[in-house]
Design a protein around this ligand. Structure first.
Ligand SMILES: Nc1nc2c(c(=O)[nH]1)N(C=O)[C@@H](CNc1ccc(C(=O)N[C@@H](CCC(=O)O)C(=O)O)cc1)CN2
Ligand SMILES: Nc1ncnc2c1ncn2[C@@H]1O[C@H](COP(=O)(O)OP(=O)(O)OP(=O)(O)O)[C@@H](O)[C@H]1O
Length: 222
C-alpha cells in the first residue's frame, strides 16, 4: 500500500483563507434552547445529553427537508473545493441521517479530485483514510460504517469533510464521542478541517483540552 498526498492547491493556502472566512453564523432558535439548558457545565454527561437532543432533532428531519438541505451543503462543498483548488479530500459515508453529499462527491470526482473515506483501525487511534469514489466496493466495519477494503490505497487528504452532531460558536465539534477526528486532527501535518452540519446543530457547549477547532463549517444556511 502506498501513502500519498495528492494536491492541486496547498493545505496552507486553504487553511489561511478558511481562517479569514467567518464561521457559520446563523443561530437556530430550536437548538438555542437545547444549548441554554446545558451551557453551565462541560461534563461528559452534559455532552451526552446534548448529543442525544441534537441527534433526535436530526432524526426528525423530513426526507424533503433533508434533500433540500443536503443539496445546499453540496453546492457549498463544491464551491469551497473549487475556490481552494482542493486536490484530495477526506469525505464520509453518511450514517444516522448525516448530510448525504454524494452529489458533491460525484461532481468532485468528475473534476479530478481524489476522495477517501475514514477507517477506524483501532479504538483510541487516529483515523486512516482509504481512497474511494462513489460506486467502489465498500464493506461494513464493526461500528456499522461503510469502509473501503484494506487493499484500497492509503491516502493523506489535505482537507477533511467532518460530519458534526453539533458545533459551537468557537468552531468546536461534537461528534459521536469516540474522539477519532480529534485524534486525527492532533497529528502533525493537520489537514484542513471542514465541518459539515445542518444549521440547527449549532449549540452552546464548552470545549475540552483535546478539542481542535474546525477551520470552517459548511451548513445549509450560511
Ligand atoms: N459517516 C461517518 N463516518 C465515520 C465517522 C462519523 O462520525 N461519521 N467517524 C467519526 O468518528 C468514524 C466512525 N465513528 C462512528 C461513530 C459512531 C457510529 C455509530 O453510531 N454507529 C451506529 C450504527 C450506524 C448505522 O448503521 O447507520 C451504532 O453503533 O448504532 C459509527 C461510527 C469514522 N467514520
Ligand atoms: N488527541 C487526543 N488524544 C487522546 N485522546 C483523545 C484525543 N482527542 C480525543 N480523545 C479522547 O476521545 C474522547 C472522546 O472525545 P469527544 O467526546 O470530543 O469525541 P467526539 O469528537 O464527539 O467524537 P468523534 O470525533 O469520534 O466523532 C475524549 O474523552 C478523549 O479521551
Amino acid at each position: 500500500m502506498t501513502s500519498s498526498r495528492i494536491a492541486c492547491g496547498t493545505a496552507e493556502t486553504a487553511r489561511k483563507t478558511a481562517a479569514e472566512t467567518p464561521r457559520e453564523s446563523s443561530a437556530s432558535a430550536t437548538t438555542a434552547s437545547v444549548a441554554d439548558s446545558s451551557s453551565n457545565t462541560s461534563t461528559a454527561e452534559t455532552k451526552t445529553a446534548l448529543r442525544s437532543a441534537l441527534l433526535a432533532r436530526r432524526k426528525a428531519l423530513s426526507e424533503a427537508e433533508k434533500h433540500t438541505s443536503d443539496a445546499r451543503i453540496c453546492e457549498r462543498v463544491i464551491a469551497w473545493c473549487e475556490e481552494h483548488r482542493i486536490g484530495s479530500l477526506g469525505v464520509f459515508h453518511p450514517i444516522r441521517k448525516e448530510p448525504d453529499l454524494f452529489q458533491a462527491y460525484n461532481a468532485l470526482i468528475a473534476k479530478g479530485v481524489h476522495l477517501a473515506l475514514p477507517v477506524v483501525t483501532q479504538k483510541d487511534q487516529p483515523l486512516e483514510f482509504r481512497r474511494w469514489q462513489p460506486g467502489d466496493v465498500l464493506q461494513k466495519d464493526a461500528l456499522g460504517t461503510s469502509v473501503p477494503p484494506p487493499a484500497a490505497e492509503l491516502m493523506k487528504p489535505l482537507a477533511l469533510l467532518i460530519p458534526c452532531v453539533g458545533f459551537n460558536q468557537a468552531g468546536m465539534r461534537l461528534g459521536y464521542g469516540g474522539g477519532f477526528y480529534d485524534r486525527t486532527l492532533a497529528l502533525p501535518d493537520k489537514p484542513v478541517a471542514v465541518g459539515v452540519a445542518y444549521a440547527f446543530s449549532r449549540a452552546d457547549f464548552y470545549s475540552e483540552p483535546h478539542d481542535i477547532a474546525l477551520d470552517l463549517i459548511l451548513t445549509d444556511e450560511n
